[in-house]
Design a protein around this ligand. Structure first.
Ligand SMILES: NC(=O)c1ccc[n+]([C@@H]2O[C@H](COP(=O)([O-])OP(=O)(O)OC[C@H]3O[C@@H](n4cnc5c(N)ncnc54)[C@H](OP(=O)(O)O)[C@@H]3O)[C@@H](O)[C@H]2O)c1
Length: 296
């Protein structure tokens, strides 16, 4: 029962804290057609059958591939399903990632998401900042956010979030429009956002870590493996459970193209981490930064 992992408010809805990230359903590197379309459709349907009501996607996964799979598998959508998408990037012909944050590009991206998902309005649109390939980088996000706020006034977008942002950009954004959520790189070994998560939690704003399992290079750590063995769980289950206990505003969107992995990930609703396990796991990122333990 994934309800056991709790709920949080996002986009005017109450969503379960265990959601699903759909990026892995495109081809390698989130580019091109699915490696196994039947399995991709089955994974989406199984997610909903298991109770997931929060799916993360973007029209730039594929591009278009993932949204079209979501539509084929799930439309007409259940009332309680929240689909969160992203704009701000576009793909080159070889899968490269380029910024696409001019007002006309944002309009096209919103229209593309609407068309491929088969919706009249998008529940939540994250503006994905592309200032640097290395991660969040300073710079004003006022112009693109104002363009998205205009699409919100036109009724095409219900709620706006931010992705790959600095804390300063979150504050700048909140002056322009109500920010529904922040989606940044964060996991057991990548904890730059610890202070931001705590501030957002106080303000009731959802924080949705991307790469919760380490992304294209799933997390590896001797401590994680030891804790998992003690608990009779897998290391990646423990990594997700650690995120759940980290803060009540953290919503999980682990990505998988496999029904078996989906079920493993959702099973963490029943996994309690004892205090000594949390303490050991908390130590991983500090050990890693001193170079004493090799985690990725
Ligand atoms: N805002 C952004 O810039 C941004 C960037 C990246 C991702 N995202 C979003 O965040 C979501 C999550 O990130 P992600 O999918 O990139 O990375 P992730 O969830 O950290 O990890 C996905 C990887 O873990 C594997 N995996 C998943 N469950 C597993 C399990 N139980 N056992 C073993 N391996 C498992 C997947 O392979 P299998 O397919 O074989 O299971 C895949 O290789 C994405 O789906 C996307 O919606 C957003």
């Amino acid at each position: 029962m994934i309800e056991n992992a709790g709920t949080f408010s996002l986009g005017g809805r109450t969503v379960k804290r265990l959601g699903y990230g759909a990026m892995q359903l495109a081809g390698p590197g989130a580019f091109g057609p699915s490696r196994d379309k039947a399995s991709a459709l089955a994974t989406l349907r199984e997610a909903l059958a298991a109770g997931v009501n929060h799916i993360d996607t973007s029209d730039y996964y594929g591009p278009q591939v993932v949204n079209q799979l979501i539509r084929e598998a799930l439309a007409p959508y259940p009332e309680d399903l929240l689909i969160v998408t992203k704009v701000g990037a576009r793909r080159g012909t070889a899968g490269e990632w380029f910024p696409a944050c001019q007002p006309d590009e944002l309009v096209q991206a919103v229209e593309g998401n609407l068309r491929n998902l088969g919706l009249d309005a998008l529940d939540v649109v994250n503006f994905r900042v592309m200032f640097s390939p290395q991660g969040p980088a300073q710079g004003s996000i006022a112009a693109p956010l104002e363009a998205l706020a205009e699409l919100q006034r036109r009724g095409l977008v219900r709620h706006i979030g931010l992705s790959n942002v600095t804390a300063e950009q979150v504050w700048e954004g909140r002056e322009i429009v109500e920010i529904a959520c922040v989606q940044n790189h964060y996991n057991l070994v990548h904890r730059v956002d610890d202070p931001l998560i705590d501030v957002l939690a106080k303000d009731g704003i959802a924080y949705v870590p991307f790469f919760p399992l380490g992304g294209f290079n799933p997390l590896q750590s001797a401590t994680l493996t030891r804790v998992a063995t003690d608990l009779g769980a897998t290391p990646l289950q423990v990594a997700l459970a650690w995120l759940l206990q980290r803060s009540p505003n953290i919503l999980l969107i682990p990505g998988t193209s496999s029904v078996a992995h989906l079920h493993e990930n959702l099973a963490i609703a029943a996994l309690d981490l004892p205090d000594d396990a949390v303490a050991a796991l908390d130590g991983i990122s500090s050990v890693q930064s001193s170079g004493m333990e090799h985690d990725t």
